[in-house]
Design a protein around this ligand. Structure first.
Ligand code: HEC
Length: 344
């Protein structure tokens, strides 16, 4: 594994890496050390380039997740605009597993190696990493069209917020794990380099579509991108996802659990692409099994037709088992971003 600062030196410098079921955590007293290591690692994997450079994005997407940032890949946290002054429960956020957040969202930023440590209004401390957005990539390199209208905002507000951000912030809980990652424009513009606003066409389409060549898009959300091309489980995984997607549609899950779902909830779990569904499958199975989901427009649990509930659970478990097999193959074959075995 590539590591910018060898683990031994980090420990000597006071960065305790606590072993836990879901991954190591960062000790609060060593945030400065970790901030520097994180910023250096991100700048190495995803250095500044032209914001329209697709090859640079591709190199970043492949490289990210193997340095100091690796410790955030295995657990789930919230992401959104910084929304200064709002309490956590009042912020509009999305819920992501760390690996998806890094590969699909953080890779859309370029890093200068600069970082700082800040104190949040509630007294907790966090890390800000200087970052500038790639705004000139083809549409399928964004996990969904960020230029959609999200209900509360005008179309393009979200796109503009991505463009104007100049740092990504990481808020840590008392166990040293990220609970909130945000994009903020409170940082510095000094190192952005040449940058012009890009206008995107009004979004009227689907969250998943086919391009002129017939390729499924957004390409970055497909299993063929997340896994090695020679992973033998890919065809079965695709088939299992397609079955699951039909269930999600039949049970109306994707009416709410898609990027415009912020109309219905603050803390949004996205299920509309293969990788979004994959990284939330455990939560999906828990919610359906316990009868908490789906809900109606008043957020009251809505009973499912028993046959549909059975196929959600059966197909969902089959999908999860294939994900575990595909992850296991990546590990056995020493692929650099293989997911750790699930231990709990
Ligand atoms: C009418 C809108 C609506 C529909 C339909 C719906 N959900 Fe939800 N879902 C919600 C809301 C609201 C929440 C709670 C968000 C929060 O924590 O504030 C939620 C939360 C969730 C969560 C996250 C739970 C957690 O761990 O925090 C999952 C997973 C989920 N829903 C799955 C599903 C699935 C699967 C279906 C279809 C069977 C479904 N939902 C249908 C609105 C909906």
């Amino acid at each position: 594994m590539r590591s910018v600062v060898p683990l031994r030196r980090l420990c000597a410098a006071g960065l305790f890496v606590l072993a836990s079921a879901t991954g190591p955590a960062v000790a609060a007293d060593s945030l400065e050390t970790y901030a520097a290591a994180l910023a250096a690692s991100l700048a190495k994997a995803c250095p500044m380039a032209s914001p329209a450079d697709t090859a640079a994005h591709e190199a970043c997407r492949k490289a990210i997740g193997q340095g100091a940032e690796a410790s955030m890949r295995d657990y789930t946290f919230q992401f959104g605009g910084d929304q200064v002054g709002k309490r956590m429960k009042d912020k509009k956020t999305s819920v992501f597993r760390g690996d998806l957040y890094q590969d699909l969202y953080m890779s859309l930023y370029m890093y200068t190696g600069k970082s700082s440590v800040f104190t949040a209004p509630d007294g907790s401390r966090g890390i800000a990493v200087q970052a500038y957005f790639r705004n000139g990539l083809p549409p399928g390199r964004y996990p969904y069209p960020f230029w959609h209208t999200d209900g509360d905002n005008n179309a393009n507000d979200k796109w503009d917020a991505y463009e104007t951000a100049n740092e990504l912030r990481f808020y840590f809980d008392k166990d040293g794990r990220v609970y909130y990652a945000s994009r903020s424009d409170a940082g510095s513009e000094d190192n952005r380099g040449p940058y012009t606003h890009v206008d995107r066409p009004t979004f009227v389409g689907e969250w998943m579509w086919r391009d002129d060549k017939g390729t499924a898009q957004p390409v970055v959300t497909l299993f063929s991108e997340a896994y090695s091309p020679d992973n033998p489980h890919l065809p079965a995984l695709d088939a299992a996802y397609r079955k699951m997607a039909i269930n999600f549609r039949n049970a109306d899950c994707t009416v709410c659990h898609q990027p415009e779902g912020h109309r219905k909830m603050n803390k949004l779990t996205l299920l509309q692409t293969p990788m979004h569904a994959a990284t939330s499958i455990d939560a999906v199975l828990d919610e359906v099994r316990s009868g908490k989901m789906p809900v109606d427009d008043y957020n009251d649990p809505k009973p499912l037709n028993p046959a549909l509930k059975t196929s959600l659970l059966t197909d969902g478990e089959a999908f999860r088992n294939l994900l575990n097999l595909a992850d296991g193959w990546e590990r056995t074959n020493n692929r650099p971003k293989a997911r750790k075995p699930v231990t709990n």
